[in-house]
Write a protein that binds this ligand. Structure first.
Ligand SMILES: [Zn+2]
Length: 415
């Protein structure tokens, strides 16, 4: 008898809990790139894939890949998956749930006899913990893996290339990991890792884009002087200027829809209780799904900093450290996913992702869509990370409907 969606949701969760026991640290969940517990996860997932009659292999960057090729179906396949590495002392669901749900979806597709080949990819690396570079797995699959990274060393001095070879893999074959033209698209199912869906009492959402991000530091320079003897009219207090600007940052973010702006770090000189601060270094992290809005916001904030500095006889300098454009998800697949939400009775919520994901990297290579499900308490990258069974069931219902729509064939995908 066919399993109910609720049974499948329960199994997908139980599998995440089981995989969580495969860890570098007993009692905690830590699984860095291709460490021994990852080999254990591979063995477990391989057995599950083979039980579903999938053809399984590990590519040259250690992504475990299983292909379900229904008899008589064409070569074009849909790719499902997420990552199986973790941050130190992680939760059980970030990434892994996208893989255990993909296994359920293959079984559903088989039972419904969908003529849709499906490849599951369990990405070997997304978090960037071991070698300081994220998305190793998806970079290879997107065909943009920079091979100079193979010489990078981890904290124990082990080169990435040797880590890969230790698993019996050949780094010379990295190019073969890239997805070919027979790819309809990629769907990643992931926990939201934030509090938005819970606050809005929603279970699932379609991701519109991975937000673009600017990071940098603003330095206000004034003049350090004696706190007891310097009159206010003669002070050039860098920290007071920075403080005024930080409030302006918050206020612009509050009145700009979708803008996230954070000053998370501030250092001052000389940092003494009885000295007027002579310099203040304030970080800025600015994010929006629309690059134009992000650029305008940055311009406004820098102009505001100049105005504050002028009023206070300070100088101000901006040093940009990073500017990454937003990555929109594929409009057609995103539309199909929104239709799947509607068809399964869920409100068609769309939201940007404030965090990076494998989907962001794959979007450069193949049409990509992403489905979020609610994170209770908005907690992630923490042992308390959790999911609700009914939300996992909702994600399954929506993605199963999405698969049906893809299998039914849509002209834009077939061309
Ligand atoms: Zn993740």
């Amino acid at each position: 008898m066919n399993k109910t969606m609720r049974d499948r949701a329960a199994r997908a969760i139980a599998e995440c809990r089981l995989i969580a026991t495969m860890s570098e640290e007993p009692g905690h969940i830590t699984r860095r790139f291709l460490t021994p517990p990852v080999h254990a996860v591979h063995a477990h997932l391989r057995a599950r894939m083979e039980a579903l009659c999938m053809t399984v292999h590990t590519d040259a960057v250690g992504n475990l890949r299983g292909l379900w090729q229904p008899e008589g179906a064409g070569p074009k396949r849909l790719v499902l998956g997420s990552h199986i590495d973790t941050v130190p002392d992680a939760g059980a669901f970030d990434g892994v749930l996208g893989v255990t749900l993909a296994l359920e979806l293959v079984e559903i597709a088989q039972q419904q006899q969908l003529a849709l080949p499906i490849e599951i990819i369990a990405f070997s690396e997304e978090e960037g913990v071991r070698y300081g570079v994220p998305f190793l797995g998806s970079r290879a699959v997107a065909g943009i893996f920079d091979e100079t990274m193979l010489a990078y060393e981890d904290a124990d001095g082990v080169r990435m290339e040797d880590t890969i070879r230790a698993l019996g893999l050949n780094p010379a074959k990295l190019a073969e990991a890239a997805l070919d033209a027979n790819t309809l698209g990629f769907l990643e199912i992931h926990i939201e890792q934030g509090p938005v869906l819970e606050a809005e009492n929603l279970q699932v959402a379609v991701v519109s884009a991975i937000v673009g991000q600017t990071r940098g530091a603003l330095v206000f320079t004034g003049h350090a002087n004696h706190a007891g003897t310097t009159p206010f009219a003669l002070r050039r207090d860098a920290l007071a200027g920075a403080a005024e600007w930080i409030v302006a940052v918050e206020s612009l973010a509050q009145k700009t829809d979708g803008l996230v702006a954070t000053v998370g770090k501030i250092t001052i000189e000389p940092n003494a209780a009885n000295v007027v601060p002579g310099a203040a270094h304030a970080s800025l992290d600015l994010r929006h799904e629309n690059d134009g809005i992000r650029a305008t916001a940055l311009k406004e904030l820098l102009a505001e900093a100049q105005a504050i500095a002028a009023r206070r006889s300070l100088t101000v300098e901006w040093a940009e450290q990073m500017s990454e454009p937003a990555v929109p998800m594929d409009p057609h697949l995103t539309h199909l996913l929104a239709e799947a939400l509607e068809a399964t009775g869920f409100p068609t919520k769309t939201m940007p992702s404030g965090a990076g994901h494998d989907a962001m990297v794959l979007a450069a290579r193949v049409p990509t869509a992403m489905l979020f499900l609610r994170s209770p308490g908005g907690v992630s990258h923490h042992p308390d990370e959790a999911v609700r069974e009914e939300d996992v069931e909702a994600a399954l219902q929506v993605s199963a409907k999405f698969l049906e729509q893809i299998a039914a064939g849509c002209p834009t995908l077939a061309t």
